[in-house]
Design a binder for this molecule. Sequence first.
Ligand SMILES: C[S@@+](CC[C@H](N)C(=O)[O-])C[C@H]1O[C@@H](n2cnc3c(N)ncnc32)[C@H](O)[C@@H]1O
Length: 167
Amino acid sequence: MLYMHLSAILEPYAINRSIIGFDTFAGFTQIDPQRDPKDINHQMFSDTQKSLISEMIEANNLVRPVNRIPRCELVEGDIAKTAPDFVKARPDLVVAMLILDTDLYESTKVALQTFLPLMPKGALVVLDEVAYKNFPGETIALKEVVKLNTIELKRLPFDSCVGYFRV
Ligand SMILES: C[S@@+](CC[C@H](N)C(=O)[O-])C[C@H]1O[C@@H](n2cnc3c(N)ncnc32)[C@H](O)[C@@H]1O
């Protein structure tokens, strides 16, 4: 919703820009026992309500310019399956910004493998838990997909878990 707001404010007529949100809407369904933390479980985040987010999208659509063209999509399910399926079904897809916040190894790895080839030079990848020992899965996935010394991984001054790099 934050990115939908920013897009509506900063680029209100970018009718071809989509904000696409992937989530199981059932929490951490794919936990890797070797690479993800031991103290998490499948119930975590299982209360995320797709219907509530859909209502927020509809409410924002009421006041958004050119609102007959949808700008925001939700894709439900395990991203390890939904992301490759989505890309296959959308040959027009080019990704300007990839925000990874599933916290876990497998989903982060598949998202990177699936979307990075669709990101042009200058596109932005944001990782919510990079180089963060409580949730190592995201960083393991990053190291397996990208050579660390080929990217400039940056931090935000106000948040020491988030990292980002430009393709
Ligand atoms: C830390 S929350 C972040 C949610 C959102 N970015 C936010 O800030 O509100 C992690 C989210 O990743 C989702 N998730 C975990 N594994 C996933 C997977 N394999 N496929 C899709 N979503 C997944 C969870 O359901 C959860 O909503």
